[in-house]
Design a protein around this ligand. Structure first.
Ligand SMILES: [Zn+2]
Length: 255
């Protein structure tokens, strides 16, 4: 995988956004492989809602590529809100590839892979509608909130530290692929509690460490009255999936 972008792909295109799209999509088509199966290529697709840009010819996994010439930050502007949230609620979110490239050096700086099963409704932020004077004034976009996704769902494939080997990316992907079969409501809870565990930032933690997030979780899930029971339920699920281990007497360890 080389990190150089090929400027020749932009030949014949005038608008800067079209040129950028040609160059970054060209790089991705050349270098991408499927993280969900052994397929070593992904092919471009034409999706009229612009939710999907690439598809795996083998397992049919769908990918959306967002390339930016500025660093990725905590939230990333995505396409229209409605088709995106409908897909998330139907457990059909595409997988995301977020790319930061250097426009002058024509080089890829960072590639972040976010599996679609980590995308829950709390990760999609609805933007304000465009002003009434705008041409498409009823259009509503959305943001992807990267900091609401547990680090397990943000795979840094390319960074200044180098390029992650394919085998490792596929292993990390596989560890949470079971999430794809969990309904969005349950996935939301699981991800929120996993994010709390990662924020505790210790290998070993206690139930009361997680209970400290009770208020925050109740704001995120206002219809739920028994937050502590929900927390314990998620810890059991995470244990069953081999993400944490119970040590007894309200003590846990991450695996
Ligand atoms: Zn595949």
């Amino acid at each position: 995988m080389g990190l150089k972008l090929d400027i020749r792909l932009a030949n014949g295109y005038k608008s800067p956004s079209q040129r950028a799209r040609r160059i970054t999509e060209g790089w991705f088509a050349e270098n991408a492989y499927c993280p969900a199966c052994p397929s070593n290529k992904l092919v471009p697709t034409r999706d009229n809602t612009r939710v999907v840009d690439f598809i795996c010819p083998s397992c049919k996994a769908e990918f959306q590529l967002k390339a930016k010439s500025t660093p990725l930050g905590k939230k990333i502007r995505d396409a229209a809100y409605q088709p995106m949230i409908e897909r998330v609620l139907a457990n059909r979110s595409p997988h995301f590839v977020f790319m930061h490239y250097d426009r002058n050096a024509l080089e890829v700086r960072k590639v972040l892979l976010v599996p679609g099963h980590f995308i829950t409704p709390s990760v999609i932020e609805k933007c304000k509608p465009l002003s009434a004077s705008a041409r498409r004034h009823d259009w509503v976009g959305c943001n992807i909130l990267l900091d609401k996704i547990p680090p397990d769902g943000r795979l840094t494939v390319v960074s200044h530290e180098g390029i992650l080997p394919q085998q490792q990316v596929r292993q990390m992907w596989k560890r949470f692929s079971w999430l794809g079969k969990v309904l969005p409501e349950s996935r939301g809870w699981l991800m929120d509690v996993l994010l709390c565990i990662r924020r505790i930032g210790k290998g070993e933690f206690t139930l009361s460490d997680v209970y400290k997030f009770e208020n925050e979780l109740s704001l995120m899930h206002p219809n739920n009255r028994n937050i502590r029971a929900k927390i314990r339920q998620q810890l059991q699920l995470l244990r069953d999936k081999g993400i944490i281990r119970f040590l007894g007497r309200g003590r846990y360890i991450t695996v």
